[in-house]
Design a protein. Structure first.
Length: 153
């Protein structure tokens, strides 16, 4: 039971980490890596922004590794939560929102539609300033309400 609790704490805490990092690191300090995600040139499947996948995977890998080697199960569970968030991020962001793989195009789920809309609103800003909707799983409720209305039509 303790393992599930620590895994969930780490998973849901990552939304705050992702929001903060996206807003203050990716859109400020490391904009040079993130810029090609907003201003597409489509010359390659890969983006410099994809380096963030590696950067964000490292804490989860290190925690799992240290937790297993040192028999500190709490560290392993925290690493597992971070890693599960990373898989969720990849699935939602790269597969569902940006459609880097040709699947999941026809969802009518209001939450998923709202998630996609919030991310599109985020991408309308082509410079690091004046951004909005920096998280992945959480977004302003207005996008969910719009998606529900759209489904009723």
């Amino acid at each position: 039971m303790e393992g599930i609790l620590f895994t969930l704490i780490a998973f849901f805490s990552m939304e705050g980490v992702a929001w903060f990092t996206h807003k203050y690191v990716m859109h400020k300090l490391l904009w040079s890596l993130h810029k090609d995600h907003h201003v597409k040139d489509h010359s390659s499947f890969w983006e410099r922004n994809d380096f963030f996948f590696i950067i964000f995977a490292l804490p989860g890998i290190v925690l799992i590794w240290k937790g297993l080697l040192q028999e500190e199960s709490i560290l392993a569970y925290l690493g597992l939560g971070i890693t599960l968030y990373g898989f969720t991020y990849f699935f939602i962001h790269d597969i569902f929102i940006h459609r880097r793989f040709n699947i999941l195009k026809k969802s009518k789920n209001p939450y998923l539609l709202a998630l996609r809309k919030a991310h599109k609103v985020h991408h309308k800003h082509l410079s690091p300033e004046d951004g909005e909707c920096f998280g992945m799983l959480l977004f302003p409720i207005k996008y969910y309400q719009e998606a529900k209305k759209q489904n009723k039509k």
